[in-house]
Design a protein around this ligand. Structure first.
Ligand SMILES: C[S@@+](CC[C@H](N)C(=O)[O-])C[C@H]1O[C@@H](n2cnc3c(N)ncnc32)[C@H](O)[C@@H]1O
Length: 357
């Protein structure tokens, strides 16, 4: 399109080349096939460009104030083409979308997506994940949680792991690969749970110890509290907002996270851990001063190299073994009984041991 200044196209080409020089060797060294190549790091080029093997996923980021694109579908398509040419990827392997910043924002223009669906398997840390670049806004794997997933693997040996808002099972796959005794993935969406099961099976995580529960998380937590089931590791990475007929009312991270965290903590075993994360913009964790254990920030430790600038999530660890013994007794009764059947010899290294990827 002639109305797009050559200077803007050239700026994108130069930025991609710079990032390529920096990230290609890093991706190769850590065997990473899917990563963020360009992260809106030039003010007047609001794009996110992700590499998935030999494919590209390009999103224009909606303007913050107006709930609409700054440039629109034609600009997006031309800039995608510029990116694809620079990287030697055909446009038939490039999905171009608009990423709304808030609920009710403008949708992706379907007409500029490739004619056929792009679904492929990519590898991460020796594990396989199915991604879909055309049918949804998100692809099935949140790339900014790559290091968090590695941390989950490090913490999972012999543990009963609960993955809340489990989506396509990324955390569950890593937990299983890290030697989890069991995994339970909870999500409202039957489609995503089927996808999670596919991902698990593709990585050899098969059998009754891997459960997939289609339920509202709040209901699931309430029901589990009435049983003796307790988890050694809970991963809770909720959406910013959710509403569905299958749940009571709505979920709003700002309003609901204190209750959600409290409910998760009450389901932890005596030395269990809760890994809580949010990618809501301007999210502020609010935990009552009396809540124990205290959260420890893992945001820096879980931020991968390719998201160092945008830092899209925050993460915290709540570690019951750091809680005063009185609180543990109060929550779990006799701590000796909750230790039964668990060997601390098998406890994996604690936080901060994962290699930065
Ligand atoms: C942001 S994604 C979670 C990402 C995931 N933790 C990961 O990194 O792979 C949000 C997921 O939460 C699910 N979800 C939304 N509201 C829910 C609810 N109330 N109960 C259970 N699942 C819910 C959606 O279906 C979607 O799969």
């Amino acid at each position: 399109m002639s109305s797009i200044p050559e200077g803007q196209k050239n700026a994108l080409i130069q930025a991609i080349k710079r990032r390529q020089r920096h990230l290609w060797p890093w991706a190769k060294r850590y065997n990473i096939e899917a990563f963020r190549l360009y992260d809106a790091d030039q003010g007047d080029i609001p794009l996110e460009i992700d590499v998935y093997g030999n494919y590209l996923h390009v999103c224009e980021i909606e303007r913050e104030d107006a709930g609409s694109a700054i440039y629109g579908p034609e600009w997006r398509l031309v800039m995608s083409d510029v990116a694809a040419r620079t990287l030697g990827v055909p446009m038939s392997r490039t999905a171009t979308k608009l990423r709304p910043r808030r609920r009710g924002g403008e949708g992706t223009d379907e007409s500029i997506l490739p004619d056929s669906r792009i679904e492929l398997w990519i590898e991460e840390a020796g594990l396989r994940f199915k991604v879909n670049l055309t049918d949804y806004l998100d692809t099935g794997l949140f790339l900014h949680h790559r290091v968090t997933r590695g941390m989950v693997a490090d913490l999972s040996m012999n543990q009963n792991v609960l993955n809340l808002f489990g989506y396509t099972g990324g955390f569950s796959v890593y937990a299983a690969a890290g030697g989890a005794a069991s995994t339970t993935s909870v999500d409202l969406s039957g489609n995503y749970l089927k996808w999670a099961q596919e991902n698990m099976e593709a990585n050899g995580a098969i059998g009754g110890m891997h459960q997939f529960v289609q339920q509202d998380v709040s209901t699931f937590l309430r029901e589990k509290q009435k049983t003796n089931m307790r988890y050694d590791l809970i991963i809770c990475d909720p959406p910013t907002f959710s509403n569905s007929r299958a749940m009571e009312g709505t979920f709003d991270i700002g309003r609901d996270h204190p209750t959600l965290i409290k409910d998760c903590l009450s389901l932890l075993s005596a030395q269990g851990m809760l890994l809580f994360s949010s990618n809501a913009r301007n999210f502020r964790l609010s935990v009552p001063k009396t809540e124990t254990p205290r959260p420890v920030s893992l945001t820096n430790e879980t931020m991968p190299e390719d998201f160092a600038r945008s830092r899209p999530h925050q993460a915290w660890l709540f570690d019951m073994s750091k809680a005063p013994a009185g609180i543990i007794r109060e929550r779990h009764g006799d701590t000796a009984s909750s230790r039964r059947g668990r060997s601390d010899d098998h406890r994996p290294p604690r936080t901060g041991r994962s290699r930065r990827r």
